[in-house]
Design a binder for this molecule. Structure first.
Ligand SMILES: C[S@@+](CC[C@H](N)C(=O)[O-])C[C@H]1O[C@@H](n2cnc3c(N)ncnc32)[C@H](O)[C@@H]1O
Length: 506
């Protein structure tokens, strides 16, 4: 590497790519290793990097100070919280903290507006050298808080909203979660939960869990109440019939569903004894039964409405084609005319639809939501601590129709009439707030927090609680990645998918 790059420019080689980092300005660029080796003063690459103030003579006092939008700041404690780029877990980045002196706190406040270093120094009554020394502590590869730039940054400059960090690690796969043929088997995962109350906050947050408190996105209702209202519009909610929820998590949906309308028989089926107990505490009056979604402990033609949210991806999926034959998969592909392409096959989800066809009464309905796509091959989510596989809803609908059910696939946001423009805090804010809360000895639930509600929950004034629309990453999964299979067992001779049904996907 040329001497021009020392001492302020560092370089990390990853394969043929090099991430070039100017540790005094916080500016960075990806450059091919070959180009870097040939970097000469005056070359086109040199000119480009010089324009970014990464090489050559840099007039530091005249550079503008721009703040990253990721950190959180607690003015009362003069404490800055920031994500640690190289420390990443399945749940997000770990966060570090730095306590400022009174002078440094004044500097931080003054960087809210972009200014050149020398004007910043004049504003807070410090020398340029003192300001530069402070800035240099906040521009490194591990502390990506400030950047020095030749001109003010554009309001939506993405480098101030993203970390330059190693890729997300692939989740650990304990033995037992994959069978001999590579199929997912998550039976033990929910059965042996260590802490059912915090599981959906720290390890796998669902859409229903994130929206289990009233939210503007759902017209001011929590998920369970909104779901009931929408299914009532479609004529799917039985008066005094039997409603069954399969895979109920901690039972918030059951609680809010039951509170939103006339009490009716509500049965919870789950294969986790610990979660069944948590559900009973959350939704007293509902009845819980230990059982499997692929072999429901229910009589034939006994259910008026079956609800299931984010369970299908937990059911066994089989990699295809296999090294050895898998008669169950082969049989169903042939019987139902399913997609033949290579990739994962949602065998457990197909089995659950077969069970639904068996237990629904004529005229009975089912709602099954999960992340996935209509026709794309299922994918394994790698960041979770267990291998969930997305659902190919086109195949699921084909199974339902082959079994004589009326079936449609709808988008979850459409089906719930969700306002995707409603706001929640950005994903990074949620991760930072969780770290702040934990340092203060409290735990936060993984909810679709607004900035105001989150600040109230933290009990301290926090700067940087950025909100984004629900169509951008926040505390819960992106609702736009979810679909619902809605099925009805026909009353003989009648074909009716209900009035007010949301737009079906074709
Ligand atoms: C990802 S959680 C979803 C919880 C809740 N429905 C929600 O949306 O927040 C999956 C739930 O399904 C249950 N579950 C997983 N596999 C199951 C199976 N094979 N049979 C019955 N329940 C199952 C789990 O115990 C858990 O309650």
């Amino acid at each position: 590497m040329s001497d021009l790059l020392r001492p302020e420019v560092g370089c990390a080689l990853v394969g043929a790519r090099a991430s070039l980092w100017q540790s005094w300005t916080g500016r960075h660029a990806e450059v091919s290793a070959a180009a870097l080796r040939e970097l000469e003063e005056g070359s086109p690459l040199w000119t480009r990097l010089a324009a970014l103030q990464m090489v050559g003579e840099v007039d530091y006092p005249r550079l503008w100070v721009a703040r990253s939008r990721l950190p959180l700041y607690l003015p009362a404690e003069r404490t800055l919280w920031y994500p640690l780029p190289s420390q990443r877990t399945a749940g997000g980045h770990r966060w570090g903290q730095r306590v400022f002196s009174v002078d440094q706190a004044a500097l931080w406040e003054a960087t809210l507006e972009q200014r050149p270093v020398e004007r910043l120094a004049a504003r807070v009554g410090l020398t340029v050298e003192e300001v530069l020394a402070w800035v240099r502590g906040l521009t490194g590869r591990e502390v990506q808080v400030l950047q020095l730039r030749p001109a003010p940054a554009h309001a939506r400059d993405l480098s101030l909203e993203r970390l330059v960090a190693p890729p997300r690690p692939v989740g650990r796969r304990p033995t037992g979660q994959l069978g001999a043929a590579g199929e997912t088997q998550l039976g033990a995962y929910h059965q042996d939960l260590e802490d059912p109350e915090s599981h959906f906050d720290d390890r796998e947050t669902t859409v229903a869990h994130a929206l289990a408190t009233p939210h503007q996105a759902l017209g001011g209702s929590p998920y369970g109440a909104r779901l009931r209202a929408r299914l009532e519009l479609r004529g799917m909610v039985p008066g005094d019939g039997l409603t069954v929820e399969v895979g109920c998590g901690t039972g918030e949906l059951a609680r809010d569903w039951r509170a939103a309308g006339a009490p009716a028989r509500y049965l919870r089926v789950d294969r986790s004894p610990a979660l069944l107990q948590a559900q009973a505490r959350m939704a007293p009056g509902s009845l819980g039964v230990l059982g499997d979604a692929t072999a429901l402990p229910l009589g034939d033609a006994s259910v008026d409405l079956l609800i299931s949210n984010e369970v299908l991806a937990d059911l066994p999926a089989v990699p295809w084609p296999e090294t050895s034959p898998h008669p169950e998969v082969e049989d169903r592909i042939r019987r139902y005319g399913l997609a033949l392409g290579p990739g994962w096959k949602n065998l457990g989800a197909w089995r659950m639809v077969e069970e639904v066809a068996r237990v629904l009464r004529p005229g009975g309905w089912a709602w099954m939501s999960e992340f996935g796509a209509l026709d794309e091959a299922p994918q394994e989510t790698e960041q979770l601590d267990h291998p969930e596989v997305s659902i190919q809803f086109g195949d699921l609908r084909a199974v339902a129709e082959a079994l004589g059910l009326q079936a449609e696939v709808v988008r979850l946001d459409d089906a719930l009439g969700m306002d995707l423009g409603a706001r929640w805090v950005a994903r990074s804010v949620w991760e930072g707030a969780r770290a702040v809360a934990s340092a203060r000895g409290t735990r936060l639930k993984a909810r679709a927090w607004t900035a105001q509600a989150l600040e109230a929950a933290l009990g301290v004034r926090v700067q940087g609680l950025r909100e984004v629309p629900l169509s951008e990453p926040g505390p819960g999964p992106l609702p736009t990645r979810f679909f619902v299979l809605v099925v009805r067992r026909p009353v003989e001779g009648a074909v009716d998918l209900g009035a007010g049904s949301p737009r079906a996907c074709s």
